[in-house]
Design a protein around this ligand. Structure first.
Ligand SMILES: Nc1ncnc2c1ncn2[C@@H]1O[C@H](COP(=O)(O)OP(=O)(O)O)[C@@H](O)[C@H]1O
Ligand SMILES: [Mg+2]
Length: 376
């Protein structure tokens, strides 16, 4: 069932938890709500579930306005972080709990069996109590408890945040595999960008109650709409530093501290304005890749080996820049380093609004194309 939100607002006293949040989730999509702690994710999910009323805005499920409908009338299933299974009931008892007394014993057993098969829980596991189950098994039981009522939308609020790193990784692929089998429209809340990136068909990035961007993970990663989204996605996120965008006779130029000047040929000259410049760590290196590459002078370099590759963290002014290099090619600790990035890998954001500056990134792309032409 599709989910549509239009201009949803919610305040708690003076706190604007949600400021005009709008997005649409298509039938069958796995859609993540991604953002830092306190940005309004749980509030949003509770509004979709009907546990919370928005101050204004419209919520549609399957095309019907359900803004005034009670939770039970919405056909949604919820899985929370602390999935609070009943300790005295077996796994089967927990899964079947929501249907007990509503259907015949026979039908209940059949439905529990179907769900258990979907979630790969065998008979022996179904007979156990929660304390006799592993974290991952408990998680699947909690999911089963939500699924037994055949929700048309599945809502999950940080369901993996209680698990350790290894289990989380396994549960990610389990959840994704399950979604591919069941096809239930899913809204998945997480603060973990890796989770959102690896599981979602699409996602929304939220900060301070406002939508930053909606899109496919790879599109948001490649073309972040705001500096916040650029920084939030990726591990580590995009490196960002301030510069001035100015114009001279031949076009636009990026001006930095200590005489740094990067021409942006093809971009029209313009009045000076403050911008945030960004590049992905995997696109910043320690060696000069081409004659057109931009040089960032940095200090206080430290090295973080990651296996075959290493991250080099260093400061350009007040901004921390992360570069990627081979683990055998790392510079001495604490030293000054020159980092290099191709103009086509630069992202520009307005320093005041944080919004992506589109015409200039296109210009940077054109510049990169011409640089490649020179190299050939
Ligand atoms: N019942 C409540 N009463 C007062 N403030 C709340 C309540 N629920 C949430 N908030 C506030 O609303 C904001 C968003 O909270 P929440 O939706 O829980 O964020 P998230 O799930 O992204 O961590 C936070 O500032 C939080 O303190
Ligand atoms: Mg929350």
């Amino acid at each position: 069932m599709s989910v549509e939100l239009y201009a949803i607002r919610k305040a708690y006293g003076a706190t604007d938890a949600l400021k005009e949040v709008s997005f649409e989730v298509a039938e069958g999509e796995f859609f993540s709500i991604l953002g830092p702690s306190g940005c309004g994710k749980s509030t949003l999910l509770r509004i979709v579930a009907g546990l919370e009323r928005p101050d204004s805005g419209v919520l549609k499920l399957g095309g019907l306005d359900v803004s005034r409908k009670a939770p039970a009338e919405r056909g949604v299933g919820l899985v929370f972080q602390n999935y609070a299974l009943f300790p005295h009931l077996t796994a089967a008892g927990n899964i079947g709990f929501g249907l007990k007394g509503r259907v015949s014993k026979h039908e209940l057993a059949t439905r529990v069996g179907e769900i258990a098969e979907l979630l790969d829980l065998d008979q022996a596991l179904l007979a156990r109590r929660p304390r006799e189950l592993s974290g991952g098994q408990r998680q699947r039981v909690a999911l089963g408890r939500a699924l037994i009522r055949k929700p048309r939308v599945l809502l999950m609020d940080e369901p993996l945040s209680g698990a350790d790193a290894l289990l989380r990784e396994r549960m990610r692929s389990d959840l994704r595999r399950f979604h591919e089998r069941a096809g239930t429209t899913t809204l998945y809340v997480t603060h973990d960008q890796r989770e959102a990136m690896s599981m979602s068909d699409r996602l929304v990035v939220i900060e301070g109650g406002s939508v930053q961007q909606v899109g496919r993970p790879i599109d948001v990663y490649r073309e972040p709409a705001t500096a916040f989204a650029a920084r939030f996605l990726g591990s580590p996120g995009m490196s960002l530093w301030p510069m001035q965008l100015a114009g001279n006779g031949s076009g636009a130029v990026l001006v930095g501290d200590a005489g740094t000047e990067w021409p942006l040929p093809g971009a029209p000259g313009r009045d000076p304005c403050a911008v945030i410049v960004g590049a992905r760590p995997e696109r910043i290196g320690l060696t000069r890749p081409s004659s057109a590459a931009c040089r960032l002078r940095c200090r206080s370099a430290t090295v973080e080996p990651q296996g075959e590759t290493a991250f080099v963290r260093a400061f350009h002014g007040q901004s921390e820049i992360v570069a990627t290099t081979g683990v055998d090619a790392v510079p001495g600790l604490g030293g000054e380093v020159e980092l290099w990035v191709e103009p086509c890998d630069l992202h520009l954001f307005d320093a005041n609004s944080g919004r992506r500056l589109e015409p200039l990134s296109t210009a940077a792309g054109a510049m990169a194309a011409s640089a490649h032409g020179v190299l050939r």
